[in-house]
Design a protein around this ligand. Structure first.
Ligand code: IVH
Length: 717
């Protein structure tokens, strides 16, 4: 290369334009040597210098970006792995409606929460739900900075180089009034035509064909070599946004129109409706047109059009209350039920699984179906009602299955004419197949009903339960230990090396004193053993919520674990608080259930887990080995961050849920009872004993207006 380049800061527009032209030519020339001839003339490092220079000039002169600029299309990079990247605002999921009635309920609920009368107009948008994968694109100064997959909603994978190869994703936004920060979210997908062509090519090359366009699109976006992504014709529809330094519109429709002006493809079937029935008609129209569309869709998404109303509706857990996905009915097919297997889960639940004669439904080969529980196999639903018209399931039956999206297939019906006269009802085991303990159906004290799930009573002596718990502990959303997956759990447990969670973290220490070393085990070797020990050590510092989720306590999912971590902030505090629970009236129980999203079911399950001394022992032993990391306080600049707040009395400007969510988003902890630890009581009209107690204890009190003054009017913060 050798030539000295003028610093980008010193370039004027004319010089920049000329250099961008030269760079486009040069890079195209070297791409051709590399990709077409397999004979590169310059080193990768020198090639990168050219591309970086091109990008740097484009960032300074976004208006000069050429149509044939390398940044606009091919930009092939080979990575070792994708970097993780946090989303500035979480990428949420959508709640589902499975029929017209669910949609009417959704609208009614929104009106109720907004305290609008039932005859008030609630404007809703409707647009196809694209069956692809979502991607968040961040633009600064109008130039694409990062493209990050949804991941777990908080953290995804940085696939920027691959996204640059997608023609529908502009590298530089066009049009006027572009805010400094623009995050566009939408769906990456593959058309039926592109998918068919790709599969033809695979067939010709004697390679395995792809299953469906969605998985292929996902696989294509996650290629480490972006040349491969570029060779797959992916498309992108924009439909949502994340962080925006300024909002160009105050409606959903306006925002999408703006995205189109900035150079994105938006779905032409999007429309807005002022009442529910025409909206539902639109759904059925799209349902009929579905087969003739160039791409897969699996439903229609409705969103409240007015963004101020969206903000007021807010979120519950991972779902916005201002949007819902109306799903198309699932696809169906008939096949043979070959076997019913019983699996024992981490909480001891015996779960029957159907092994089916493989059959293709909606382009996917189905071999298993979920059977839920004993009653389900017998043809009895949750509330004692009949399912499959009360027909039981027997091995050898001809059954109708249905599959919707990525959901595990279900068995809808049984063909009784096909059933052999000698067939017998399935005998559900009353003994755990893994440990031989009694498997029982408990009676719910509250309802007096028999639990639908039969559970192994073996607890920590049941190898299946212990193994499943360990598998959960090392899984992706918990400890995510590299090289320590289900296979290792099985083999280390069977060898007596790991019998509980804490054992994983003492493995290195014990191995040092052991005669039979890990490196000598079959398939191991010194290098893999050392790597595994390092991978375990890497996870000694662990996010508190991952640790909590990793314990595998019934009903404690990722969101609940995050909520608890945010509020309690310390593992020992959690352990003490959980052990202090003693029924629904105990202080510890009330404190726990005061957390937004945590109810009595979760509390009961946590109480049960921490009552078992074996569990507490393992948890304590685990804490000896770990350094849990408390979550960052959400908004340190908020005046209520880190404070404990109690809401009491009737609130008039917000619902109790809204109030809780607002406070928690501002980094506060919401409690149900006033004590010496309370920092602030927000009292609405009619506040009684709690307000009195606050005054007695000298705790600060404010009314609703005072609360808004303190925290700001924006309910969505
Ligand atoms: S809106 C906060 N609109 O569906 C709401 N999602 O089931 C953000 N999807 O993760 C999503 N088409 O990947 C929205 N027109 C559309 C969509 C859409 C497909 C996907 C998206 C999302 C998933 C939720």
């Amino acid at each position: 290369m050798g030539e000295t380049l003028v610093s980008v800061d010193e370039l004027d527009a004319a010089a920049a334009e000329a250099e961008l032209r030269q760079l486009a030519e040069k890079i195209a020339f070297h791409d051709a040597r590399y990709y077409n001839d397999d004979a590169p003339e310059i080193s990768d490092a020198d090639y990168d210098v050219l591309r970086r220079r091109n990008l740097a000039i484009e960032q300074k002169f976004p208006k000069l970006v050429r149509d044939d600029s390398p940044s606009q299309h091919v930009g092939y990079v080979v990575l070792d792995k994708f970097e993780k990247a946090a989303h500035a605002l979480p990428m949420l999921s959508l709640d589902n409606a499975f029929n017209d009635e669910d949609v009417r309920d959704f609208a009614k609920r929104a009106l109720r929460i907004l305290k609008l009368a039932g005859d008030k107009v609630l404007s809703l948008t409707a647009e196809p739900k694209i069956d692809g994968l979502s991607l968040s694109l961040r633009y600064e100064g109008g130039v694409l900075q990062t493209a990050v997959t949804r991941g777990d909603g908080s953290v995804g994978e940085n696939v920027t180089e691959n996204a640059r190869t997608i023609a529908d994703i502009p590298n530089v936004l066009s049009g006027e009034n572009i805010p400094d920060v623009v995050e566009i979210r939408g769906e990456v997908f593959m058309t039926h035509e592109a998918f068919a062509k790709l599969n033809e090519r695979m067939k010709e090359e004697g390679k395995a064909e792809y299953v469906n366009p969605r998985n292929t699109a996902a696989g294509s976006l996650r290629q480490l070599d972006s040349a491969v992504t570029a060779s797959r014709p992916l498309k992108f529809f924009a439909y949502a946004w994340g962080e925006m330094s300024a909002m160009p519109s105050d409606t959903q429709m306006g925002m999408v129109a703006q995205m189109a002006d900035w150079g994105f493809q938006v779905n032409p079937l999007m429309a807005v409706f002022d009442s529910i029935e025409p909206l539902i008609e639109h759904f059925h129209r799209i349902e009929t047109e579905r087969v003739s569309l160039a791409y897969d869709i699996d439903g229609v998404v409705y969103k409240v059009n007015d963004l101020a109303l969206q903000a007021r509706l807010g979120f519950v857990s991972r779902f916005p209350r201002w949007a819902i996905a109306h799903k198309f009915p699932a696809e169906k097919a008939w096949t043979i039920l070959r076997n019913i297997e019983i699996q024992v889960g981490r909480t001891g639940a015996l779960t029957p699984v159907a092994r089916l004669e493989p059959i293709t439904v909606g382009g996917v080969v189905v071999t298993t179906a979920t059977l839920h529980n004993q009653d389900y196999v017998a043809g009895i639903g949750k509330d004692g009602e009949e399912i499959r018209s009360g027909k039981d399931l027997r091995i050898g039956d001809r059954v109708q299955i249905q599959r919707a999206g990525d959901v595990i297939p279900q068995i809808l019906d049984v063909d009784l004419e096909y059933r052999d006269a000698s067939s017998k009802p399935f005998e559900y085991p009353e003994i755990c197949p893994a440990c031989g303990s009694h498997a029982v159906r408990e009676i719910n004290e509250k309802t007096g009903k028999t639990d639908s799930v039969r559970r192994c009573s073996g607890g920590l002596i049941c190898p299946a339960q212990v193994k499943e718990r360990l598998k959960h502990l090392v899984s992706r959303n918990a400890f995510d230990i590299e090289g320590f997956g289900e296979k290792q759990v099985e083999s280390f447990y069977d060898a007596g090396l790991v019998a509980n969670a804490a054992d994983i973290f003492t493995l290195r220490k014990r191995d040092a004193h052991s005669l039979k070393k890990l490196k000598d085990r079959e398939g191991m070797g010194a290098l893999s053993a050392a790597k595994l020990f390092d991978a375990i050590d890497d996870k000694r510092k662990i996010d508190l919520h991952r640790l909590l989720f990793g314990l595998g306590i019934r009903h404690v999912g990722q969101q609940t674990a995050k909520d608890m971590a945010r509020v309690y902030r310390d593992a020992t505090v959690i352990s003490d608080a959980m052990q202090a629970m003693d029924g629904q009236h105990s202080e510890a129980w009330l404190e726990l259930t005061a957390i937004d999203g945590i109810g009595d079911t979760v509390a009961a399950s946590l109480q049960e887990f921490f009552r078992e001394s074996g569990n507490v022992k393992v948890f304590e032993a685990l804490l000896e080995e770990l350094e849990p990391i408390a979550p960052e306080i959400a908004q340190t600049d908020s005046p209520v961050a880190g404070k404990t707040i109690v809401f009491t009395g009737s609130l008039e400007q917000m619902t109790r849920d809204e109030a809780k969510a607002m406070a928690e988003r501002a980094g506060a902890r919401v409690s149900g009872s006033v004590s010496i630890k309370t920092d602030l009581v927000v009292a609405g009209p009619g506040a009684g004993s709690k307000l009195k107690k606050a005054v007695e204890l000298g705790v600060d009190t404010v009314d609703e207006d005072g609360w808004f003054e303190l925290i700001g009017r924006d309910k969505n913060l």
